[in-house]
Write a protein that binds this ligand. Structure first.
Ligand code: ADP
Length: 383
């Protein structure tokens, strides 16, 4: 595997453990995670240290996402039979669901090298040129956060993706020259948490956009078992269920919870993790039985207690919570929506009856606030 930044000017960083290029927030010191970091699907420095050892390497080790795996299996097998590179792939979905892992799996299945970078680090033309210059036939080029590519970078990439050529411009003014360089056939894998922010032109250049779904509790239980066995954690089947139920349908979070319960067991001098110990450990971090933490519950409280159930604009919620709206939209909201606790409407976010019940509020108080509000606002938003 290659980390791209070995050419001049690229601002990527090599991640500890030899893998990912990380967001700046990932460089925080490791240690006891803050509560809000525990259920954040964004990668922390502590995650980075272990994630490479936990990543499934082949498609048959990759748990869940069965629809997507079938599509990939067929495409990989067809591309291999033809002796060609796989079509470009776009993965989208909330953080921590396995987009990067799938990129590695694809490279392994294709028997090719993977080169990794991120959208924001491809600022200048020379970043792209240096990047594509390293590619060999069949290689996988993984661009995380592809929605953050600059327009210049996108436009330079178009011919590289479509026709496997790149236009190199040298000189200035009258002396400007453009040279067209041929590139080997490679596979671009883009990953994003914000499919809506990718330009249509870029989206159209991908063979197949594939959406990753939250994992079921049963799938997360398999992942928890697998992680526990890799990390050498003795965990009882009922404790696996406790952890899986609190994993927010997200492998990265489930894996983090395994590490937390392991540490808690060690602290308590226990050789193995049982259900009561797992529940006690996770309660310490104020994670409830549905995987909601204090920030989630505060968000629901704001909707219900301060705004009568909504609708409330995301910026207002963010300001009241003291979080940025991007984090709310990327990290908190997708799971709350998937759980049917929050609804997106054209006029803002609304709490659902399930949210009232979750907080122990009476649903009749919701009815009252709906009567006072304009009920037409509760039409679900297509986005
Ligand atoms: P993303 O790129 O979507 O943010 P990653 O691919 O980095 O997510 O996955 C986060 C962690 O979850 C990795 O450590 C990986 O080992 C684990 N993981 C993701 N998907 C699976 C899966 N299907 N089976 C087992 N572990 C998984």
């Amino acid at each position: 595997m290659t980390i791209i930044p070995s050419f001049p000017g690229n601002s990527n960083q090599r991640a500890e453990g030899g893998g990912r290029v990380r967001e700046p927030s990932a460089s925080q010191p490791a240690g006891r995670p803050r509560r809000s970091e525990v259920i954040s699907a964004r990668e922390s420095a502590a995650d980075q240290k272990v994630e490479n050892s936990l990543r499934p390497q082949r498609l048959d080790q990759y748990i869940g996402q069965s629809r997507l795996k079938t599509i990939l299996e067929m495409s990989i097998s067809a591309a291999k039979k033809r002796g060609e590179a796989l079509d470009h792939v776009l993965f989208y979905g909330p953080p921590g669901l396995g987009k990067t892992t799938l990129a590695h799996v694809i490279a392994n299945e294709m028997g090719s090298q993977i080169h990794m970078t991120t959208g924001p680090s491809l600022e200048r033309p020379r970043d792209i040129i240096g990047l594509v210059h390293q590619l060999e036939a069949g290689d996988v080029l993984f661009i995380d956060e592809i929605h953050r590519l600059s327009r210049i970078a996108e436009e330079l990439l178009y011919p590289a993706i479509e026709d496997f050529v790149i236009d190199l411009t040298t000189g200035k003014g009258h002396a400007t020259r453009t040279m067209r360089l041929s590139l080997p056939r490679f596979t671009l894998i883009g990953a994003t948490t914000k499919a809506g922010m990718i330009s249509n032109a870029l989206r159209d250049r991908f063979g197949f956009p594939l959406r990753l779904e939250f994992y079921t509790c049963e799938e997360l239980a398999l992942i928890v078992n697998r992680t526990a066995s890799i990390l050498g954690v003795a965990i009882e089947p009922q404790a696996v269920q406790v952890v899986a139920a609190r994993g927010r349908g997200t492998p990265r979070i489930a894996n983090r919870l395994v590490r937390l319960v392991r540490d808690f067991a060690q602290y308590k001098g226990r050789a193995s993790v049982d259900a009561a110990l797992a529940a006690e450990a996770l309660a310490t971090y104020q994670i409830d039985s549905s995987g909601l933490d204090s920030t989630d519950r505060r968000l629901l409280e704001i909707l219900i207690d301060s705004y009568g159930g909504g609708p409330v604009g995301i910026e207002t919620i963010a300001a009241t919570l003291g979080e940025d709206s991007d984090t709310l939209e990327d990290v908190y909201e997708p799971f709350l929506i998937q759980q049917g606790l929050v609804q997106r409407t054209p006029r803002g976010r609304m709490a659902t009856p399930k949210a009232y019940l979750h907080l122990g509020r009476s649903v009749s108080s919701m009815q009252l606030s709906l009567d006072l509000n304009d009920t037409s606002a509760s039409e679900p938003d297509a986005g």
